[in-house]
Ligand binder design. Sequence first.
Ligand SMILES: [Mg+2]
Length: 218
Amino acid sequence: MMNRTMDPTLEVAVKTAGPAGRPPRPNLRIAVDFDGVLFDHIPYLLRGFRDAHGIDLAAEGLRHWDFFQYRAVRERNLSWNAVKTVLERIDQDPVLHDCDARDPDAADVIASWRAQGHQVSVVTAREPGARATTEAFLARNGIRVDEVVMGARLKTGYDVLVDDAPHNVLMAAADGGLALLMDHPYNRDVPSKRNPLRVRRWREIEPIVAGLALEAAA
Ligand SMILES: [Mg+2]
């Protein structure tokens, strides 16, 4: 059905020409995880488990993604609810979000993607109740995105995913997206040479995405 508010010839022109009549730029859909990628949740995680349950995750090298892989968590017989409570207390505490981004370059890299016409979404498994703290942190750090998706159970369907969770990057890569795995002790067991590809800094991510945009344009 024709959109009555838009001149059809104008619509065609918008779709086929970029600025100054150049061909349209390839728009990538880029998903960026929050915890462990933009926000440094680790000090809070360590303190949360220590204060609530006397558990020192760092003593076991912080080397497991799954909390139930930690000997101390199993020995204390923690329920999933107990683990979830520790996480939600962090996610919803405004004071803990009044801090710098874990990588000061993230805001610039994301701004440059959006200026190039890519669509950037923050996609997090955090519950919707943590939206206010999550968005406050983004605003505080000048990280502007097209949308913030809360409660995400699956992070497939994007051209690029930047994430620290083994299952998320493996599924995104299997789905055909480019998965960039933000390096942490708890994901070193993930094979990561091409896709997923292990990254350590936001400046390192920038040329990788530029390369993908060039490929998409070719
Ligand atoms: Mg994460």
